[in-house]
Design a protein. Sequence first.
Length: 128
Amino acid sequence: MVEYRIDRHSGVATYVQIVQQTKQALRLGLLEPGDKLPTAREVVEATAINPNTVLKAYRELEREGLVEARRGLGTFVRRSLGTAPADSPLHEELRAWAERAREVGLDRDDVAALFTAVLDKTFQGDPS
């Protein structure tokens, strides 16, 4: 099951963070079709956010065809997104790289900016 982490200082809307984290879990294979998302109540208890925010995120995921609400049962994953499983060898390489970046004094935002710049350059013009 996915556990949402809300960064109140990120400037990203809370419901968007839930959507993004759900999509990341789908890409990594941490959530698969048929899996149940935490209930709005469970998310509220874990994160201290408004229940309507959770419901808004789940509606967005449903609109995108990623999840479906089943009345009285909960919200379930309909389809996966990616092919980058969490146990991929690339995961360990990236973790080691991030650790080296931290050791040389880069903070999280520096690493994110560097990684995003590399991704942008690498996938420039990529139609996918």
